[in-house]
Design a protein around this ligand. Sequence first.
Ligand code: CO
Length: 466
Amino acid sequence: MRKVQFTETVLRDANQSLMATRLPYSDYGDILPVMDQAGYYSVECWGGATFDSCLRYLNEDPWERLRNIRKNMPNTRLQMLLRGQNLLGYKHYHDDVVEKFVELSIRNGIDIIRIFDALNDFRNLGTALDATKKYGTERTIASGCISYTQSPVHTVDKYVEMCKELVRMGFDTLCLKDMAGTMSPFEAEHLIKGIKDAVGDVPVILHTHCTTGMAYMTLTKAIESGVDVIDTATSCFSNGTSQAATETMFYACQQYGIETGLNEKIINQVNDFFKPVKQKYIDTGLINPKSMATDSQALVYKVPGGMLSNMIANLKDMNAMDRFDEALVEIPAVRKDLGYPPLVTPLSQMVGNQAVTNVLVGERYKNISNEVKNYFRGEYGIAPAPVDRALEEKILGAGGKPVDCRIEDSRRTGEDFIKAREALGELAESEEDVMSYICFPAQAEKFLQNRKAEREKKAAYTIVEM
Ligand code: CO
């Protein structure tokens, strides 16, 4: 019997896509023991923006959140999203920091680490992969993830080659991550067939978003074409910029006699639990109705929806909305000059801002942003295709070569840890505290100070009561 399994994303990606990752643990802790019985392939619950959001907005310790989820879902694989050498942000961390982060993630309860790089520069995945293998147990899975994008150089053959490379590197599973939701059913069919033919038994996972309205068709074609796992969200947290609905895809699979391993009663119970949670955040305005709608503009303009709204806001700020059409044409041109990077953060902003600048200044690349300069210097990794030669020479000087961002990483002095410990002093009580500080210094320090103050207050009360 054909089998397709489900990764439930309500705790991470759906939460991130629909409500800016502001879902506190206290809103869902009670349903975790039920979710544990659902039969998901995995529950994506950590990484991405959850870590930053815990510290910055929710006054939660992200590590404690993970331990609580682990405790309440002992039978389910817990999954996180990791941006390779950038961990959870956009900065390039040293190898020893990446290794420690992975070690602590596994120690605190993570089973599956989905590792990606915005540019698909796989050198940025190696350290995290090796650490996953080093500190993992028999239930740990290292998932190699490709940032999906469309361009003249991103052909089926190119994606198949990338998948083969990830398998060669030692990843246990492969994931295609379509963050903009622009993968069509046609593309899914050819990609999944091509990849499955090339990698044999290695499980292939499809992650897409409903943003443009294509996700259900795309997932259906992917299932027909042999995909092993799909990412979905419990239905009240599905659609719009989030994933397709778990129960809906389950129902469709069932009619085709596809085994999913899901318990229908439980997945409905999970949805019933989250309905009032969602309503609460619609009422507070945290869930914007816009994020729940279908927006097909990305298909028309070939730029992700978020990037487009960003550009419109920029142009409005500068009273230059009359240049919108020109800027729209300039985006693909800049992207080509940069060697067709996937349009994800921070590259989408980089390309969008440079396109607007080129149009408003009236001369292409008369002003070049520091981010674009750093990109050409190689600080983000290798571009998917050759960059524009003339522009490269303008930025790097004649004969200039981009740096190899991997060179500095050979050092293993633990310097970042020493500095972080010194900065935190007695605020740091664990390696996890130190890691939070390395990742998000200002937010972590504020959180740890709060924690200390709260404890002192509690201690004072206890004395009075005695
Ligand atoms: Co996503």
